[in-house]
Design a protein around this ligand. Structure first.
Ligand SMILES: Nc1nc2c(ncn2[C@@H]2O[C@H](COP(=O)(O)OP(=O)(O)OP(=O)(O)O)[C@@H](O)[C@H]2O)c(=O)[nH]1
Ligand SMILES: [Mg+2]
Length: 400
């Protein structure tokens, strides 16, 4: 063993036994005696001294170090345990929090009963706008008891009625109405304006029983596009309805001045992109010539997506259209987008066109017809008819 590994000590005691005992007590069993001698202590100038024992010895330092290392180990262990303890405490806290969370009714779970999410899916499937859906769901939450939320047939028929009540219907054209001579159809390109004008011309050429006969005339200001005039002339020829072309406000004014009391003029306009503001402005000037003699309706295809419908309804606003004619209803099963926008913008619907056949594929707008076009809703028809009235084909109304 190297010297630096030893720790030396000196012990002085009255007797050898006492020295030995103290060595064992202080340095343990490992301690070894190096020297042992008798010394004299105390007294005064060599007088009255007493005998004592002094031992020197050593104890291996390794032992002392070992104990220190042990201590380090113990400390580390304690620290590790403490850390583990802390982690355990954290985990425990988290578990407790989770338990509390699970025990508490979860807001979305509590707020979305099965019937409500089924209804949401139904509205989404019909492509109602998110804002419209949110409004409907909020109303259900407000007005339905928890018990009724489980009654899905009640839920869907009520919502269908709510949708219906928000739709506005514009009365059909009345050629006998005093003052209004011209009915004008504006709208984006290709939505079916000309076809709709032809359908209306065919229908209104026939006077209802007992009513005074009237002369339906078609005016087109869509004579710029190749084939446009030909298209309306072909229809007019079949129906024996006169067609006139008008290119300016002055011409239109002159034309109207020559019309008689019994004339009913249907005006077909050139299809304009809602983005082509300059051309829309020109057209407005021509139409303004008719002043209060005319009533303008806006044709919108039912296949247009919600954001575009909103744009169209806004862009054509300067024409002060009174109602919307929904065309191409036969081409879509998702009517929610249009209905959402119409109801949020408060625009009434006057006619519904649902096919290319002239004159059959048109009818007066009715809430029933619009609701019937919604997919997946099941509601007794009689219930809706009772609330919103029946669906009426124009032809039925005119020729019955
Ligand atoms: N499926 C379906 N097609 C329609 C309907 N109405 C019109 N169409 C068709 O849509 C196409 C365009 O119709 P038009 O009447 O020429 O449309 P427009 O709005 O006059 O078009 P522009 O004058 O070019 O702006 C034609 O092929 C029509 O047969 C409808 O209700 N349903
Ligand atoms: Mg046209």
């Amino acid at each position: 063993m190297m010297e630096k590994d030893l720790s030396y000590f000196t012990i002085e005691a009255s007797t050898p036994r006492e020295a030995l005992e103290r060595m064992r007590r202080q340095y343990g069993a490992e301690a070894k005696i190096l020297t042992h001698k008798t010394v004299r202590r105390g007294g005064l100038a060599g007088l009255f001294t007493r005998e004592a024992v002094e031992i020197t010895g050593y104890v291996p330092r390794t032992e002392a170090k070992g104990r220190k290392e042990d201590l380090e180990e113990v400390k580390k262990k304690i620290l590790a345990d403490a850390r583990r303890e802390q982690s355990l405490q954290l985990i425990l806290k988290e578990i407790q929090a989770l338990k509390q969370d699970l025990g508490r009714p979860r807001p979305e779970a509590a707020g979305t009963p099965a019937g409500l999410s089924r209804l949401e899916d139904l509205l989404r499937g019909n492509e109602f706008t998110p804002a419209f859906i949110a409004e409907m769901l909020a109303r259900i939450r407000r007005e339905f008891s928890l018990e009724d939320l489980d009654n899905f047939p009640l839920l869907q028929s009520t919502v269908l009625e709510w949708i219906g009540s928000r739709l506005q219907i514009h009365p059909p054209l009345d050629p006998a109405r005093k003052g209004v001579k011209a009915f004008v159809l504006v709208g984006p390109t290709g939505v079916g304006k000309t076809t709709t004008i032809a359908k209306l011309a065919a229908i209104y050429s026939v006077a209802p029983k007992g009513a005074a006969p009237r002369q339906v005339k078609i005016v087109t200001i869509d004579n710029y596009r190749i084939g446009a005039l030909k298209q309306i002339e072909t229809y007019a020829e079949i129906m024996r309805v006169p067609v006139a072309c008008v290119e300016s406000a002055v011409e239109f004014k002159k034309y109207l001045a020559l019309c008689g009391e019994s004339d009913f003029i249907l005006v077909d306009t050139i299809g304009r992109s809602p983005r082509d503001l300059a051309k829309l402005g020109e057209m407005r000037e021509v139409l303004d010539a008719a002043g209060s003699y005319s009533e303008i309706h806006l044709a919108v295809s039912a296949t247009t997506k919600a954001s575009d419908v909103e744009d169209i309804l806004k862009t054509f606003e300067p024409f002060r259209y009174r109602a919307v004619i929904l065309t191409k209803l036969d081409e879509t099963l998702r009517l929610g987008n249009i209905l959402s926008v119409l109801s949020s913008m408060g625009k009434p619907v006057s006619y519904i066109a649902d096919g290319q056949s002239v004159p059959q594929d048109i009818e007066r707008a009715s809430v029933l017809r619009l609701l019937m076009n919604l997919e997946g809703f099941q509601c007794p028809r009689e219930r809706l008819e009772k609330k919103f009235g029946r669906r009426e084909k124009i032809a039925d109304a005119l020729w019955s």
